[in-house]
Design a protein around this ligand. Sequence first.
Ligand SMILES: C[S@@+](CC[C@H](N)C(=O)[O-])C[C@H]1O[C@@H](n2cnc3c(N)ncnc32)[C@H](O)[C@@H]1O
Length: 214
Amino acid sequence: MDYPTPSISHLSRKPYVNYVYDAAEDTFLFMDALQNDAILPLICIEVGSGSGAIISFISKILGPECYYMATDINPIAANCTIDTAKLNEMPQCEVIITDLVSGLKDRLTGNVDVILFNPPYVVTPSKEISGNGIEASWAGGENGREVMDRLFTIVPQLLSPSGLFYLVAIKENYPDEIIKTMKMVGLSGEIILSRKAGRENLFILRFDKENSLS
Ligand SMILES: C[S@@+](CC[C@H](N)C(=O)[O-])C[C@H]1O[C@@H](n2cnc3c(N)ncnc32)[C@H](O)[C@@H]1O
């Protein structure tokens, strides 16, 4: 089934234009991967929700029974996620300005059914990572991995036994190495979709606990 792309026309206007990551090829590939999977979760969290396009999109797939949370380090992006959620009539969405999932671990440990992350994946000097403005959308530091790597150790603690973790990555992030790294923390993963978009080779990775022993 094809779900409509959420309305995000407000992203091209103040206060969001140039301050919030606009939905791009990575965002749309992420949507394609999510609508291919039939999942029935109770809690879904998007880390780095930016425009809010992804969390609004997945709410159309998962429906009103699921509890939605979104975090972003950029306060303007967090506001934009709220606006996008309202514009697209999301059933509910709790939006938190924080670094990854800081402050939420105690509440969420072992309870999250779906974690989504389209991280800042561009290879940049490490010092570019420090901000919380639009540069946080892309600056990924060494191998583009410095921000996503920090989440990898937390994901197994948050996921419910049947939980799923979806991640966007590019070739320069070494997706196969990410899968090996996650295996060491108890998650089994695979590339479920890939696409070349301009100079970027984009991948969607999906991880779970259930198959990690197989
Ligand atoms: C590539 S954009 C993705 C935006 C949106 N999810 C999408 O798919 O279009 C990465 C997002 O992660 C956010 N971000 C970067 N570092 C973060 C961190 N440490 N904690 C939370 N959010 C972060 C950025 O502000 C940005 O909104």
